[in-house]
Design a protein around this ligand. Structure first.
Ligand code: 6PG
Length: 263
């Protein structure tokens, strides 16, 4: 059984008319999260999502006004997960973000922390990524990194990052990053774990398309408990989870949930 996060998290669901509106709403919240982080710690730590949905957001962030509004030189950029491919591969989440966003921004390259998907030993790559997290966040042993913002997508099966239904990775309670074999894709992935996702100040899901509507309804159903799909297990303790969905993905929701969700 997957551990539900303890504690309280705020849930907000925002429905936009279309994917363009989704990207705009996400860019606005991304920018606000960055400004809030800068005012607090003086830097902005963010984990990017892979897949295709975030591309519209990344294109907006790479252009004005967001290119100027976000304090990119103070950003530390990570990924929520990575496929086990080289960074030049068409499936690489790094490559997608590099091409749509990062290469167009004034971020010092040493502040971009790529997951080494090309490593023939995925466990070693996950352990290396975990060490980078511990170093950059200055973590004491057994401490968790608190990202200012984690971007996530959701598959039609309810997976998020590379945490898939029935995956043993869902039961990880201490590692920051793991490299599970994913039956659903027939290969290994490297992913942040639920403890890290549930320690973020803000998690923002971007969900688009009618094929995700049934899953989104089950993820947001009150009281679904342990039976929720992996995306439904993300509820950062003392943090905020914002679900941004376009109308197609939200078409089966009774009414958007707002306010605090007790878990
Ligand atoms: C990945 C992502 C994954 C993605 C979902 C949704 O590496 O693919 O981490 O969790 O967010 O599969 O993907 P789409 O945005 O392409 O629908």
């Amino acid at each position: 059984m997957s551990p539900l996060p303890s504690g309280e998290s705020s849930v907000e669901v925002v429905v936009t008319p279309d994917p363009e509106g989704l990207a705009e709403a996400a860019a606005e919240r991304f920018s606000k999260a960055a400004e809030k982080a800068l005012a607090g710690s003086g830097r902005f730590t963010v984990a990017l999502a892979g897949g295709s949905t975030p591309k519209g957001l990344y294109a907006l962030l790479a252009s004005e006004p967001y290119r100027s509004r976000v304090p990119w030189p103070r950003a530390r950029v990570f990924w929520g997960d990575e496929r086990c491919v080289p960074p030049t591969h068409g499936d690489s989440n790094y490559r997608m973000a590099e091409e749509t966003l990062l290469r167009r921004l004034p971020i010092p390259r040493e502040q971009i922390y790529r997951i080494r998907g090309e490593d023939p030993d995925p466990d070693r790559a996950a352990a290396e990524y975990e060490q980078v997290l511990k170093t950059v966040f200055g973590l004491r042993p057994a401490a968790l990194p608190r990202f200012d913002l984690i971007l996530l997508g959701m598959g039609a099966d309810g997976h998020t990052a590379s945490l898939f239904p029935r995956s043993p990775a869902l039961r990880e309670v201490s590692r920051l990053a793991v490299a599970p074999y994913v039956e659903q894709v027939g290969g290994y992935r490297i992913t942040l774990t639920l403890p890290v996702l549930n320690h973020a100040a803000c998690v923002m899901f971007l969900v688009s398309g009618q094929e995700k509507a049934a899953t989104l309804r089950s993820v947001l159903a009150p009281g679904a408990g342990h039976d929720r799909p992996p995306a439904g297990l993300v509820a950062p303790q003392g943090g905020v989870v914002v679900w941004l969905a376009d109308r197609a993905a939200a078409r089966l929701l009774q009414d958007p949930v707002r306010g605090k969700a007790q878990s």
